[in-house]
Design a protein around this ligand. Sequence first.
Ligand SMILES: C[S@@+](CC[C@H](N)C(=O)[O-])C[C@H]1O[C@@H](n2cnc3c(N)ncnc32)[C@H](O)[C@@H]1O
Length: 227
Amino acid sequence: MPRRRCDESLQPSIADIRAFIAANLHLRPAPTLPDILLYTAHPASGLSRLGAGNADDPPPYWAYGWAGGTVLANHLFSEPGCVRGRRVLDLGAGSGIVAIAAAKCGAASVSAADIDPNAIAAIGLNAAANDVRVDVLHADLLSAAPPDVDFVLAGDVFYEQGLATRMLAFLGNCRAAGIDVLIGDPRRTPLPQEKLRLVAEYPVPDFGNGSGGGATLGGIFTIDFAG
Ligand SMILES: C[S@@+](CC[C@H](N)C(=O)[O-])C[C@H]1O[C@@H](n2cnc3c(N)ncnc32)[C@H](O)[C@@H]1O
């Protein structure tokens, strides 16, 4: 696997990354969601060969189970009517767990956006492994106008203050444009709970709560748009 950053011309293609993931990660049921299979890291995955761990590269969020996405996917399976027949965007998709759940719950179309090229490769592989269609967007949408969708789902994207500030502004703009928004989050410190309304809660494991995936209470939140 060519290394990135030292020489950008050696940056692996999405096809290279997909091949690495398929060969080195394990396809396993997602935590608490036996109907969703995800390529998941294990101690011998060798993720450093994808650049994960270099200071310039994003952490390999896509390779682990985060409470925010897990709780949001659980909520969709509990209430599939909220996405059935609707155009859905999974924002900050990571592995694509929320996008895959939305597709399995009957969404009319599903797209998944992330800024990490490794996540883009993983989402494509994971969608194929679950036999669902997810359109992937390698883009930072947070400075753009609200997307042309009915529903934005955001799992575990309030983990840094700067990102949380941008995310809240973007999701608020989506609500103002008439788009439904649900956020899944285990109440990480930057989550602006005072500006959100809690819709539901589910106990879920969280990779961020110890590598054993310690249990936490995940919340489903929305933003009330006052007009
Ligand atoms: C903690 S992970 C959560 C992944 C997934 N939603 C889940 O819950 O399993 C956060 C994800 O947000 C992505 N991300 C960070 N900033 C972003 C941005 N501005 N636009 C899109 N994705 C972003 C990261 O690359 C990462 O994949």
